[in-house]
Design a protein. Sequence first.
Length: 164
Amino acid sequence: MDKTKSEHTYYPHVVIGMILGCVVACAYTIKIATDNPVEMDTFYMEKYQKVDQDINQILELQDKFNAKFDLAYSTEKFNMGQNSITLKLTDKNGQAIDNATITMMLSRPDSNKENKQLSPSKVENGNYTFGPFEITKPGRWQILSKIEVGEFKGYHKNEAYSFK
């Protein structure tokens, strides 16, 4: 019997190819992860380590704040260009609160790159006006507020949309 055909086994080549494929896939996954880092949640306007450590106290203060105060935002949409926001803060009896310390942040939900820290430009009869500030991108924005009135502290988030 004459063998003109040589018999080859490709089993070792397939195993080596699979190992190299796994290494390449892992390297690509690591590259994607480093190019797209996880954005920190800015709802509490603190580092997540501090929030994680104090979350029970934060939630307790939030409940006390919600039981004592009401607040309302003046806008649910922005125009491209100059804008302002008014936050109305009252107690449950409807009395205006003018002595609060309010920090506001305007943020995009997908990135922290366009975050804008705002402080009140005018306070009158419980109305805290923030602005003017510039909106340059259309889409969804979050209005994050940290409100302190004496021993009470509250955090609030409101959604707003900007249009061309």
